[in-house]
Design a protein around this ligand. Structure first.
Ligand code: UDP
Ligand code: MG
Length: 318
């Protein structure tokens, strides 16, 4: 395979407002480096003008690779498609909305030159995000670090530079419900953080509504911990203890001739036990559903179009 020095992989979903500026800033950074590079844009089934815009970029610039998926597959799978297709020795993952500054790339490359395989951006500040988003993010990172055996660094996203050998390991992991910012630390190899300030979106709105955020958090937890399953047994033990105490109390009351009566207590007890059972079943279901999805072994994504200049561009920027 014709390896380039650098690939930049960008998943794009309804990002027509940012594409031009994104392309301009990425190109400026790459040209300043004097290395061979490619910009791999993956259109994740956008409904706006994202794809036609990417198509014309790819037609005009041979450093651009444009990929479109058959439908919306979600951020992590769109990213995986781009990672699969890219040809660089070093790979930068970045969001389309310019929240993460591409201008950090030279510093990331310098860090990598010290012998690292992964340099990940760690957010010092998060501008322009709602208190709700920041709060839920903080809670999520606390939860996942508590639950997971793999040390997942807090306040990191997918914004990271990776070596080819780290990427090849990542691509060999066939899991469907991907939490890439956890899978990369799982791989091992020398990795380090580079702190940066996260800006607000250049334009447009977040493509992660609450529903997608919750699903993403559940994917992360189920992929990196089995502790919630154990939690179900602890719940069971807890309710068994409550049962024992209640039984002892009602037997004692009956023995002294003052049996416990009451509809209310009965309802509370029934509700307590049935809800803990349903909760435990729900936890099991989250894991089982994902196991079922995985066993179907369907492809992770389906590529509709792939536009790339052949042969791939080398060093000269003409
Ligand atoms: N994205 C995607 N598919 C989706 C949702 C989002 O490819 O189904 C892309 C989106 O275009 C962006 C990145 O994922 O490049 C992160 O999305 P966004 O910035 O909207 O998320 P936020 O920063 O608000 O968490
Ligand atoms: Mg964003």
């Amino acid at each position: 395979m014709n390896l380039l020095d650098l690939s930049i992989v960008v998943p794009c979903y309804n990002e027509e407002e940012v594409i031009d500026e994104l392309y301009r800033r990425l190109t400026a950074v790459c040209r300043s480096l004097g290395q061979s590079y490619e910009l791999v844009f993956v259109d994740d089934g956008s409904k706006d003008r994202t794809w036609p815009m990417l198509e014309s970029l790819a037609a005009a610039d041979r450093f651009v690779v444009a990929v479109s998926l058959s439908r919306n597959h979600g951020h992590q799978l769109a990213l995986t498609a781009g990672l699969e297709i890219c040809q660089g020795e070093r790979i930068l993952i970045i969001d389309a909305d310019l929240q993460d500054p591409p201008e950090l790339l030279p510093a990331m490359l310098d860090r990598m030159d010290t012998g690292l395989d992964v340099v990940y951006g760690q957010r010092r500040r998060r501008d322009g995000e709602t208190a709700f988003k920041r709060g839920t993010a903080a809670l999520f990172y606390r939860l996942i670090t508590g639950l997971s055996e793999v040390p997942i660094p807090p306040d990191t996203g997918d914004f990271r530079l990776m070596s080819r050998r780290a990427l090849n390991v990542l691509l060999a992991m066939p899991e469907r419900h991907r939490f890439i910012r956890g899978m990369v630390p799982w791989i091992g190899f020398p990795q380090a953080a580079i702190p940066y300030d996260r800006h607000c979106r250049y334009a447009g709105t977040s493509k992660f509504p609450l529903r997608k955020m919750v699903r993403f958090a559940l994917d992360a937890i189920t992929a990196f911990s089995t502790k919630p399953l154990v939690l179900a047994s602890w719940f069971g033990a807890g309710t068994a203890l409550v049962t024992f105490l209640l039984a002892a109390y009602s037997l004692a009351s009956w023995a002294v001739g003052n049996p416990v009566s009451g509809w209310m207590v009965l309802i509370i007890v029934i509700a307590l036990f049935s809800s803990t059972q349903l909760l435990a079943l729900g936890i099991l279901g989250e894991y089982m559903g994902r196991m079922y999805e995985q066993t179907k072994n369907r492809p992770l994504f389906i590529v509709k179009n792939l536009l790339r200049w052949e042969p791939s561009p080398t060093l000269d920027h003409s």
